[in-house]
Design a protein around this ligand. Structure first.
Ligand code: PEP
Ligand code: MN
Length: 264
């Protein structure tokens, strides 16, 4: 489709000529972790902060997120640093709880088929980023977005985050076909999450460049002050330095396509 819908997170326009980079930790772990990461990614050119408050973990024994305990310091960090925040809702009851904490809601891969959650998100005004389930057909992903749109919320962004294939060397397989297909057959902006797609920090940067070259509207990338100490997904997190290096190369790729970065 020729015209992409513009979706606004804070004052950042996603889906226009500029490329948007969302970055931050997998899980919000403390005020200092969030603040240091936010300052660093902003200085490198990211314009939106990410961070999980409630986590969908495979094992019940894994860190489940700080939940309500983190709301006060999250609001403080956002104001101090001046970045909007996107975070995942794992249950419809969290929509209202998070309404004055986040600027956009993320629907995780595991909840892509949770149509009652999607409907609820369609009945409120904040933007929603819908991740593709790791075993969903592109068509199922695009149809899931309709559950949000149909309730009246047109602020919907699609996010490709890797699918399960026969390959086990990487965490998932980044489906760039899905990115170019969704750009052609949907009017919604399309982001790529290379972190969950590949699952190995050294392999994240090249996939960022490939996503930009493929015509994605932006990226969502996991960054942590000390990946080896992260409470979730440390193996795929970029350090502040590696994120900054990636951003400098990314700008060159974008320039080759006459595009630039959205700045906070
Ligand atoms: C995440 O973004 O931290 C996450 C859990 O992603 P996904 O839902 O794609 O697994
Ligand atoms: Mn993660």
């Amino acid at each position: 489709m020729a015209n992409c819908k513009i979706v606004r997170i804070g004052n950042i326009e996603i889906g226009g000529p500029k490329f948007t980079v969302i970055a931050g930790p997998c899980s919000i772990e403390s005020e200092s972790q969030l603040k240091n990461t936010a300052n660093s990614i902003k200085a490198s050119g990211a314009s939106i902060l990410r961070g999980g408050i409630w986590k969908m973990r495979t094992s019940l024994k894994s860190f489940q997120g700080l939940g309500e305990d983190s709301f006060q310091f999250i609001k403080k960090v956002k104001t101090e640093v001046g970045l909007p925040l996107i975070s995942e809702v794992t249950d419809a009851r969290q929509i209202e709880e998070l309404a004055n904490v986040v600027d956009a809601y993320q629907v995780g891969a595991r909840n892509m088929h949770n149509y009652s959650l999607l409907r609820e998100l369609g009945r409120q005004p904040k933007p929603v980023m819908l991740k593709r389930n790791f075993s969903a057909f592109i068509d199922e992903w695009l149809k899931a977005a309709d559950y949000i749109l149909n309730e009246g919320n047109d602020q919907v962004i699609l996010c490709e985050r890797g699918i399960r294939t026969f390959e086990t060397a990487t965490r998932n397989t980044l489906d760039l076909n899905a990115v170019v297909y969704a750009k052609k057959h949907s009017s919604l902006p399309v982001l790529v999450d290379p972190s969950h797609a590949v699952g190995i920090s050294e392999l994240v940067a090249p996939l960022c460049y490939a996503s930009a070259a493929a015509g994605a509207d932006g990226l969502i990338v996991e960054v942590h002050p000390k990946p080896s100490e992260a409470l979730s997904d440390g193996q795929q997190a970029l350090t502040f330095e590696s994120f900054d290096q990636m951003m400098r190369q990314l700008e060159k790729v974008l320039n080759a396509f006459d595009r630039g970065l959205n700045h906070a």
